[in-house]
Structure formats: C-alpha cells, structure tokens
Design a protein around this ligand. Structure first.
Ligand code: MTE
Ligand code: HPA
Ligand code: MOS
Length: 773
C-alpha cells in the first residue's frame, strides 16, 4: 500500500467503538465525577454563594468557588479577561460559578440542587445591534485599506449597498467537552484532555493551580471532533477538573452533558456587516467598502484574530483595486465566541459573495460570469488589499474545468425551462469560489516540533505537536513518516500528543496541522537518516557493496541500499541494531517554522499567508414555493489540495467541510431568549445536517497535476477551505427564490437561509409580482 493510500488510523476503532476518548478512560478506583454549576443570568452581581448544604450531601469530595482557586482566577488565552470561575459578577448565562466533585453523578446532581447563589440582575447586552448602539467595542477598530475606495465609489457608474447578517453556529462535535485530571506526586498534575491545544491547556492548568508548567503534563489521544471549539475552550474543563482533582487529591473527570455544553461554550461569531460596492456595466468591481462587525461575547478569546481573518477574506478570490475594510468586535453578555472552521473567513466572504450575486441580478447577467470577470489575475491584478501577491492562482483552471464537468451552461438553460413550467417548485443554481489563506495569521504561531524515536527492533514512534480530531492528521503524518524514512507504515506508530514529548506547540488549527507538523517530522527523520548513513555505508561495504559514498544511500522498502547496487541491501531493523551497538543516538527532535510570513497590524500590510488553497462548487437546489422547504439536488466540487497527502482523507475533509458549511448557511439557527438564555440547546431545536441533507448527486474531485511548492510533499492544507464552498448552496437557494418573481425582484436574504427566511422572502416577491403585472 502506498503511504498516501493509508486508511484513517482510527477507522476500525471508530466503527467498532474501540477508539478511546476521555470519557472512556478510568484512572482507577477513587476517580470522581464532576458538575459545573453555571449562571442562569446573562449579567448579574453575585451577592451570595452558599455551598454549606451541598457540601453535606454524602459522597461529595470537593466544592470550589472562585475564592478556592490556589493560582490565578484566569483562563483567557490571549487577553486575560476571562475568569476561571465567576467572582462578584456573572457576564453570561452559562458561566461557571461553582465546581463539585463527587463519588457518583447522583450525589453531584443532588449537591448542585442545594447550591444557593444569590444574584442581583444587571442590564445585559444581548444583540449585536444593541452592542453597536452602545459602542461596546472589545478593542479599537482595525483597517485594511488599498487604493482610494471613497473616490472610486464616487466615480463608479453603478452602486449597491446593504447589510448582511450571518448567524452563529454551534460546533456540535460528537464528543462534548471532557477532561480527566489525575494528581501525582507533590504538585504534579496530569490531564487527559480533549484539546486542540495541549500546550495552552497545560499553561492554563498551571496558572489556575499556581504551579510551574513543568509540573503539568497534558495528553491528547484524540478528540471526537473539535472544529475550532476545542482550540481554547477545552482549557476550561481541563482547568476545572484540575482544580477539583487538586482539592480532592483524587482523579476527577468532567464530561459535559450535551445541553450544558451548548449553553456554556462559545460559537461561531455572528456578524452584522455593512457594505457599499461600486462597479461598471460589465460587472467589474471598482470599489468596495465593508464594515465587519462581530459579536465577541463576554470575553476576548480569539475574537481579534478571527476578525482579522474575516478582514483578510473580505475580497475572497476577487481583485478589487479600491477597497476599505473595517473590522470591529463588540462585547455582549453571551458566551465568548470562539474559533470555528474558517475562523472568520466565512463571515468575511459571505458579504462579497452576496454582493456579487446582487450585481449579477441588477445587470441581469449570470453570476458565474461576473465572478470570473473579477477573479484575481495570474500575473496582473494579483495583489491582495493587504499587499501580498497572489501567486499560483488556481481559480481560472478550476473554473474552466468545473464549468464543463458540472455542465453549468446546459443546466442553467434546463433550470430556466423547468422554472417556466413549474409554478410551485423553482430551481436555483450557483457557482462560488474559495481562496483561503494558509498560515496562522499570528505569525509566530507558525512553528511545530516533533520527536522521533527508533527502537532497537527497528520500529519507529513518531510524536508531534499536532492533535487528532477526526481530520486524519495522524494518518497523514504516518504516511509522511513512512515516505521519508522508507519504513512501512505498519512498523511506525504515531503516538498520542503529549506536552512532555513535544513542548510549546501551537494549536492544531488554521488547517496547518499537516503543513507544520509534517515538516517537523520530516526534519527529525532527516536528522536520524544523517546519523544512520555512516552505519549504513559500513554495513553495505561488509555485505560486499562497492564504496557506497558514490551511489548515495537510499532508505526505502524497509531497508537501505545504494542506487547503483539495489540488490545489496541491509534491512532497516538490522541497520538500527548496528547503529545502537555503534552507540548512535536513535532519537531526534525536529522543528519547522514557516518562512517569509509577516504582517503589520498598524499599517494593515504584509504577507500573512504562505500560500492559498483554492476550490469551487456548483450547487443546484429545488425550493417549494408553498412551504419554503428546499432540497439539495446536486453539488459539484473541484478542490485544490496540491499533491494530496492522502486522497481518501482529503475527499472526506472536502465533503465534511462543505456539508458543515451547508448547515451554517441553511438550517443551523441559534436563538436566545430576551434574557440571554440559549433556546436552541439540543438537537431537537438545533438542526445540523444529517444524511438526508447530503446532495442527491455529489461529485467531489481533487484538482489534479497542480503540486504546491515549498510544502510537505507538495501538498496543501484542506481542513477549513471547503467549508466556504457551501455559499454555492446558499446562493442557489436565493436564485430559486428569485425565479419565483421571474428574476425581476431582488430577494430579501440572510444567513442562515432557513425555510422560514425563504418563505418570508417568497411572500415579499409574491406581493411585488401581484403589484406589478
Ligand atoms: N475534521 C474533523 N473530522 N473534525 C474536526 O474537528 N476540524 C477542522 C478541520 N477538519 C475538524 C476537521 C478545523 S477547524 C481545522 S483548523 C482543521 O481540521 C485542523 O486540522 P488540520 O490542521 O490537521 O487540517
Ligand atoms: N486560525 C486559527 N487559529 C488561530 C489563527 C488562525 O488564523 N490565528 C491565531 N489562532
Ligand atoms: Mo480551526 S477553526 O482553525 O480550529
């Protein structure tokens, strides 16, 4: 089996239920369960907390409030504005106030009922509009400016303006937030976490316990999904479990109930964006002014980086010579919003994609053509608003190929005929592109480490800083290690992620897990191969080879040999044993940092991205004019992953990312009541896509023959970019609504386009159609 065909290393484990998650782990007798008592108020002063009665429940091992935290009451990852437990005040419904550890769940729940917290409710900011009206900024506004947007807007022959609201999104990882904390000798604490960022989990646990980081070990075997929701907010359960374990002197596991998880944790940022766009009669965009306003929630978390990425993607794949992008993040009394696949990119892109759709409708032209007209050029019209040159632009080749493979033109004509013949059913079609910048936009985070051990039997253990959340990173790393070492994958093991093996790592995020960690692993293996080469030369000479120095040593097929005499070979285990006896170190660290990226936040200019990933989708929907219901008939996707590290995994990422995006664009709607309490906190009120929502015809292809340069095995990151291909579905729905009025009126539209939104929009169109015969 070629290393890039490896099956996902948990495939069997997942379907047989043998894969181990935190909640499957038992650290032995004495392990306690925990409950987190959280605020029911969005904003209130805490006037009293009484845990005396709760503490009297048999089986209670520890009860903790803010005053019992031995270290700092702090768990903000970047800005330290997030208390670990509420102190004096609560700033959102769902905020942790009291922690309980008990022998069993019944006792914990009984104690929770007896905890008394007295509140004095305060005014709460619950909507973005209210936050904007109150100017409740979380940080100063940010700008990216290029050309003369105001001047060009003034001169533009045609203009449109509008507001677009895009909704929040719940991560809905199958495994809710979980952690198992096991106290050790002295101050030691080991945490088995479900975290995308073990190093930061380690840092936060050390901080709340008031101990140095070298006393804390965090291990992550795998997550049952994360999607950004465990980039920072997995630290919380880890910190709580560690505080309880420290207080009780016994292991403590926290595994949040689904409803609690949805109530307590942050989501994708809602945005309210205002824009003006100027263009000519052809549909060429001349000027774009956009103000992106995000709902950060109660604390900063990653909101500023997310806002920045939204700004970096405000123009998506389009060259806009005069542009002004403003970003503002506002504080509200809701759980702190956080990373979610795309990391602001989707929110920024939705605005321009909808604006281009509006341009096409105004000009009565097909939107795909307007998009193509505005794509970044290959050698000209290729500078992003922040100054980076868009090199190796794949939009044009993808467009040419996808237009043909999806039969775009023919189907556009067929749909027009269908819509002419059907009064109560209308079909819509849309093509949308994605250009997504790859790299952490916080430049120093673009680093990774690895530790590769070769054991005396010739087997290899690979440790790296990345975490497995279902995206197949460990399988890709396994393939990379096999290809770089020449040892078959069955002799290589990729271990759990552990802060004691690889320290100071970045989160597995920004889709860069395989880019960064793959390079670090390659680097470690190169070090080991360099050490093994002299041994290989000596052993090959003993076996009768000519002077191997000239041929060059090849590591392949579980052996070493020279290119000149491939029949004379030493097996890898034999080589390893010889190296051990020759006192050669068989363990090496590896390191990688992405070269050449930088960005100046003051000037809004720089090269924040190492490269871009591209993709495009064409989707067709059918909408019921009477109910607003729609079905996804067909989606065709062509996506650029460079030379794939693993085709099955990449296809899975594209399909999964796309469908998760479809959920955000269509059915996933988060609602709070007027007190800031989450209404949609379980699957019966929050609709994520299921098998029935997958398009009836689903053609997903990788762009062939376009290797990337300068990346691990010429690959490209794939985790997040396909999410945004879902705009094709969103705008196909809009196209179907528009067909209801014979494309004479512009539909009202927002994101998500729920059946309710569609129905209201259809009603509007119907009224207009009746007024104008
Ligand atoms: N795929 C699965 N199955 N589960 C996940 O949690 N997270 C996504 C993406 N794909 C996720 C996933 C997100 S938000 C990111 S940033 C990347 O995976 C992270 O992994 P990578 O960098 O290894 O691609
Ligand atoms: N993506 C994900 N996480 C991050 C980023 C990013 O671009 N920057 C900082 N944290
Ligand atoms: Mo992904 S949102 O960068 O964890």
């Amino acid at each position: 089996m070629k290393s890039h065909d490896l099956k996902h290393n948990s495939a069997t484990g997942h379907v047989t239920g043998r894969s181990v998650y935190v909640n499957d782990m038992e650290s032995g007798p004495g392990q306690l369960v925990a409950r987190v008592v959280y605020s029911k108020h969005a904003h209130a002063r805490i006037t009293d907390i009484d845990v005396a009665k709760a503490a009297g429940v048999p089986g209670i091992a520890a009860i903790i409030t803010a005053k019992d935290i031995p270290g700092k009451n702090q768990m903000g990852p970047v800005v330290h504005d997030e208390p670990c437990l509420a102190e004096g005040e609560v700033s959102f419904a769902g905020q942790a106030v009291v922690l309980i550890a008990a022998e069993n769940e019944e006792a914990a729940l009984e104690a929770e009922r007896l905890v008394r917290i007295e509140y004095l409710p305060l005014d709460a900011v619950l909507t973005l509009r209210d936050a904007i009206a109150k100017n409740a900024l979380i940080a100063p506004p940010r700008y990216i400016l290029s050309g003369d947007a105001a001047g060009a807007m003034e001169k533009a022959p045609l203009k449109l303006e509008g507001i677009l609201e895009t909704g929040a999104q719940e991560h809905w990882y199958l495994e809710t937030q979980s952690a198992l904390a096991v106290p050790g000798e002295g101050r030691e604490m080991t945490v088995y976490a479900s975290s995308q960022n073990p190093s930061e989990t380690q840092a936060i646990v050390a901080e709340v316990l008031g101990i140095p980081r070298n006393e804390v070990e965090v291990e992550v075997r795998r997550m049952g999904g994360a999607f950004g929701g465990k980039e920072t907010q997995a630290n919380h359960v880890a910190a709580w479990a560690a505080l309880l374990a420290n207080a009780a002197g016994r292991p403590v596991k926290i595994h949040l109930f689904r409803d609690d998880d949805q109530i307590m944790t942050g989501k994708r940022h809602r945005f309210l964006s205002e824009y003006r766009i100027g263009f000519d009669e052809e549909g060429r965009i001349l000027a774009y002014e956009v103000e992106l306003n995000s709902d950060a929630g109660a604390a900063t978390d990653l909101s500023l980086a997310i806002l920045e990425r939204a700004m970096f993607h405000a123009e998506n794949g389009y060259y806009i010579p005069n542009i002004s992008i403003t970003g503002r993040a506002y504080r509200t009394n809701l759980p702190s919003n956080t990373a979610f696949r795309g990391f602001g990119g989707p929110q920024g892109m939705a605005v321009i994609e909808n604006a281009i759709d509006r341009i096409a409708r105004l000009l009565k032209k097909d939107a795909a053509g307007i998009r193509k007209l505005n794509f970044y050029g290959i050698d000209e019209r290729n500078q992003a608003p922040y100054g980076e040159l868009i090199l190796n632009n794949r939009l044009h080749v993808i467009y040419e190929r996808l237009l043909i493979s999806s039969k775009y033109e023919e189907r556009r004509a067929e749909i027009d005929i269908f819509n002419g013949r059907h009064r109560w059913k209308k079909r819509g079609l849309a093509l949308t592109p994605v250009k997504f910048g790859i790299s952490f936009t916080t430049a120093f985070l673009n680093q990774a480490g690895a530790l590769v051990n070769i054991y005396k039997d010739g087997t290899i253990q690979v440790n790296h800083g990345g975490t497995e959340m279902g995206q197949g990173l460990h399988t890709k790393i396994l393939g990379i290690a096999a290809a770089e070492s020449g040892v078959s994958a069955r002799h290589i093991k990729v271990s759990s992620t552990n802060t004691s093996k690889v320290p100071n790592t970045s989160a597995t995020a920004a889709s860069s897990g395989s880019d960064l960690n793959g390079m670090a692993v390659k680097n470690a293996i190169e070090t080991l191969k360099a050490r093994l080469k002299p041994v290989a030369c000596a052993e090959l000479m003993k076996a009768g080879a000519k002077d191997p120095h000239h041929g060059g040593i090849v590591f392949a097929e579980d052996a070493v040999f020279t290119a000149d005499e491939p029949e004379i070979r030493i097996s890898f285990p034999k080589l390893v044993m010889a190296a051990y006896l020759a006192q050669v170190s068989l363990s090496a660290t590896g390191f990688y940092k992405t070269p050449g990226i930088h960005f100046n936040r003051e000037t809004g200019r720089g090269n924040p991205f190492y490269y871009y990933a591209y993709g495009m989708a064409v989707s067709e929907v059918e909408t019921d004019m009477l109910t607003g219901m729609y079905r996804l008939l067909r989606s065709d996707i062509l996506h650029d992953v460079g030379d794939s590290l693993n085709e099955q995994i990449d296809l899975g990422q594209i399909e999964g990312g796309f469908i998760q995006g479809v959920g955000w664009c269509t059915t996933e709607e988060i609602k709070w009541d007027d007190k800031g309490r989450l209404l949609s906190h379980s699957p019966d009120t929050y609709k994520i896509p299921t098998a029935g929502d997958i398009p009836e015809v689903f053609n997903v292809e990788l762009l062939r023959d376009y290797p990337n340069t300068g990346t691990i095995r010429k690959s490209k990151a794939v985790g997040e970019p396909p999410f945004m291909l879902a705009f094709s579905v969103w705008l196909a729905i809009k196209d179907a609504i528009s067909a209801a009025g014979d494309h004479r009126f512009e539909p009202l539209f927002s994101l998500p386009a729920t059946a309710e939104v569609v129905l209201l929009s259809l009603e509007e169109i119907r009224k207009k159609t009746e007024n104008i015969p």
